[in-house]
Design a binder for this molecule. Structure first.
Ligand SMILES: Nc1ncnc2c1ncn2[C@@H]1O[C@H](COP(=O)(O)OP(=O)(O)O)[C@@H](O)[C@H]1O
Ligand SMILES: [Mg+2]
Length: 444
């Protein structure tokens, strides 16, 4: 029997939990002479908090690998998956296809002993203003998603509007929000803000009009409602919530809006999990510490551990500059282990992502990279414990999509692997006129 590799799990946890609470992500490659074959199965721990970084050039398998991880979490035995929840921000509108079985890869799945299957425990959320439209064009969305204008800080607004802090409109926004606070108005909407701007007599008409135009435009984002979606609605036990933000893919300022939503969600899940963490502690004192005992005891107000998945993460958490998501994501990166929040960040440009991502990630899945700056960002990260360059490892990888190097900071080891095929349908494939059979011989 070949030895299974488990990444993200310490030796002592391996003794304690065995392979429980791990998911299959692929098989390691071994090179013998001229041939490369698949060898040991590679599993990943998902019951402890991790920061996972997936990098690679376009089409190398990043989104695919992130949904392999999502599938794995949802597919765990109920007693474990019920204590986990996945929230995915879908910037390209491709993850809803996970509702359907991966029938285009049946041959490949067979080689891995897997069967095509659509995910059942998946809920698609669409911004409230696009909800009916999305349904009308056949996207199987389940629920509208909205935020309250009163939840946004002055900084949130100006970052979403992509304004500097010294811009007159930014100063006006701070003043108006201050007025609302003085009025002790906790609930207000965009129209209330516009009304107050109109009444203001301390700013020039030019600044006021510019601000009013921006707030009017923000109503067109289709994101605000007086109620706002409660965070509890997004945190579902043993299930994945996909937030389809693809409507903003082409609009100018699209990333400002997406960062705003990610920032708000991140803050809320952090607060929720901090509260739940206290309940976890009380429980573990009572029952003796074990992740697998939690099942019978979950109280309604306790939230599951969260896996938060963000594609194109360098746009939300850039190396240079700040977005409305920066502060909240950096807090999760640095302190998320305590409250049990895992982050899975995907980027094709590790050279452009916030340096905390590189220093905080404990599991890295590196698909092929090409741009020099990205290879360099990566090499410098690896040298901290490997003393070798990434390029030499990447060179032994076959060119197939889904081939990757996994770096596991927990064991300080590195493995070349092939990520397993997905059981659910993968969206966002580049259109091709030729249908071809992908179940090539992988030496299985
Ligand atoms: N592990 C894998 N096994 C088989 N095919 C894969 C695998 N990973 C990626 N692919 C193929 O490569 C394509 C591109 O992958 P994708 O994850 O969408 O790329 P990107 O890195 O741009 O996010 C997929 O549509 C799929 O056909
Ligand atoms: Mg992708």
């Amino acid at each position: 029997m070949t030895y299974n590799i488990i990444i993200g799990r310490t030796e002592s946890d391996r003794k304690k939990f065995g392979e429980k609470g791990t998911i299959l992500i692929g098989r390691s490659y071994v090179k013998m002479g001229q041939t490369t074959t698949l060898s040991n199965y590679v599993y990943m721990d998902v019951i402890k908090s991790h920061v996972v970084l997936i990098v690679g050039k376009r089409g190398s398998g990043k989104s695919y690998s992130s949904s392999v991880i999502t599938e794995g979490i949802i597919d765990l035995p109920d007693e474990i998956s019920n204590n986990l929840s996945v929230i995915m921000l879908d910037t390209m509108g491709v993850f809803w296809t996970m509702k359907y079985p991966n029938e285009k890869d049946t041959g490949l799945l067979e080689q891995w002993g897997l069967k095509a299957k659509g995910l059942e425990r998946i809920k698609i959320f669409t911004p409230i203003g696009m909800y009916e439209y999305s349904k009308s064009i056949g996207i199987p969305t389940d629920a509208p998603f909205s935020i309250k204008a009163s939840e946004l800080s002055g900084e949130d607004w100006r970052l979403a509007f992509e304004l500097s802090s010294s811009h007159p409109v930014s100063i006006l926004i701070d003043k108006i929000l201050g007025d609302l606070a003085d009025l002790r108005k906790e609930e207000f909407n965009v129209d209330d803000i516009i009304n107050l701007i109109q009444k203001d007599n301390t700013f020039s008409n030019e600044t006021k009009n510019e601000a009013i135009n921006r707030f009017k435009a923000s109503k067109g984002w289709g994101l605000f409602s007086n109620e706002g979606t409660k965070i509890e609605v997004l945190i579902n036990r043993g299930a994945v919530s996909v937030l389809d933000m693809s409507a903003y893919a082409t609009s100018s300022g699209g990333w400002g809006i997406k960062a705003l939503v990610v920032g708000l969600i991140s803050k809320k899940i952090f607060v929720e999990r901090m509260l739940s963490r206290k309940l976890d502690e009380i429980e573990s004192i009572r029952t003796g510490y074990s992740y697998f005992k939690i099942k019978e005891e979950v109280s309604e107000d306790k939230k599951p551990l969260i896996w938060f998945i963000l594609d194109e993460a360098h746009e939300l958490l850039p190396a240079i500059g700040k977005t409305a998501a920066t502060d909240a994501l950096v807090t999760i990166l640095r302190e998320g282990r305590q409250p049990g929040i895992s982050l899975l960040l995907i980027t094709q440009q590790p050279g452009k992502i916030h340096s905390d991502v590189l220093t905080q990630s404990d599991i890295v899945l590196a698909h092929r990279l090409t741009a020099k700056i990205d290879v360099e960002a990566f090499n410098s990260m690896m040298q901290s414990y490997l003393g070798d360059t990434l390029t030499s490892y990447l060179n032994i990888l076959p060119a197939d999509p889904g081939a990757a190097i996994v770096l596991d900071d927990n064991s300080e080891r590195l493995y070349p692997i092939q990520v397993r095929p997905k059981v659910s349908w993968h969206g966002g494939e580049s259109p091709t006129a030729i249908k071809f059979e992908r179940s090539k011989n992988l030496g299985l």
